[in-house]
Design a protein around this ligand. Structure first.
Ligand code: HEC
Ligand code: HEC
Length: 231
């Protein structure tokens, strides 16, 4: 697999958000991950994606792609197509740590960019979960404030993410998975994440993380524009 890190430039400071977003888009489109970019235009076979999913993913992510909050397994239904493809490329290239996912993706049938596109397309066609694991509700107001002030510039007002920069939807997701990933990114377990973003997330304490994850875990809606969409 060709190694070419995806950089998402990052600037702390609300005053710079507009300029910052302009920069993110310009940089990300030049430097974005090579393997994922090669995979993205491939025509998808949803039936093949469904069989791959049933054979390899079902047992952990569930028949409906809803994952399991208690086991730290994310919802995949409703996640953005481009982001899913990039994550599969990253797991396959050890740019994102996860023993469980490395074992799965090492399977010959999943070492092909075509397989990532097929399975990701299948996932975009699944119905969204009605419920996910949520937190206690004690800090959702604090979490909403943090999200609006510090995260919307990239993840969007309603947390739907952004295709152009491979930014994930944070909706339909389990509370404990969101908490874990903020910590995992801050600890450097996702090697494709810009260092500035890592440092930024290191600045958040336990109560902030609890609040923002709890707030997000209650949001619903697809990251993708519509069924069968790969945009
Ligand atoms: C043995 C259990 C297991 C199996 C089987 C499994 N996964 Fe996962 N998956 C996980 C866990 C656990 C994580 C969270 C990893 C982490 O902590 O970063 C994950 C994370 C992911 C993510 C990242 C989601 C995000 O929001 O960033 C994607 C995409 C994914 N899996 C896709 C798949 C696909 C596609 C398959 C089948 C080809 C599959 N997984 C099979 C356990 C599994
Ligand atoms: C500079 C843009 C940017 C900002 C600001 C930002 N993020 Fe992100 N975030 C990203 C990108 C890009 C990723 C995907 C990283 C990857 O590809 O591994 C991500 C990933 C995540 C994930 C993992 C999602 C998953 O499915 O695994 C969580 C959780 C998250 N961000 C929460 C937050 C929160 C909370 C804030 C505000 C405190 C925030 N982010 C601010 C760009 C940003």
């Amino acid at each position: 697999m060709v190694k070419a890190p995806l950089h998402v430039p990052f600037l702390v400071g609300l005053a710079s958000v507009a300029l910052f977003l302009g920069n993110v888009k310009a940089w990300a489109s030049d430097e974005a991950d090579h393997a994922a970019r090669l995979a993205l235009p491939l025509p998808a076979n949803t039936d093949e994606g469904k069989s791959l999913y049933k054979a390899n993913c079902f047992r952990c992510h569930g028949s409906n792609g809803f994952g399991d909050g208690d086991l730290g397994i994310p919802t995949l239904a409703g996640q953005r197509f481009r982001y899913l493809v990039l994550q599969l490329a990253d797991f396959s290239d050890d740019r994102r740590d996860s023993t469980a996912m490395h074992r799965v993706i090492a399977h010959a049938s999943l070492q092909r960019p075509q397989a990532w596109v097929d399975v990701a397309t299948y996932l975009t066609e699944l119905p969204l979960p009605r419920e996910t694991q949520i937190g206690t509700g004690a800090r959702t107001a604090q979490g909403r404030r943090i999200f609006r002030e510090q995260c919307v510039a990239c993840h969007g007002q309603d947390a739907r993410g952004d295709d152009q920069d491979f930014i994930p939807s944070l909706r339909n997701q389990h509370y404990s998975y969101l908490v874990n990933q903020i910590v995992r990114i801050a600890e450097g377990h996702r090697h494709n994440v810009d260092k500035e973003l890592v440092r930024f997330l290191q600045g958040f304490g336990g109560p902030d993380i609890d609040g923002v994850a709890d707030y997000l875990s209650r949001l619903r809606g697809s990251g993708n524009p519509g069924p069968h969409s790969r945009q």
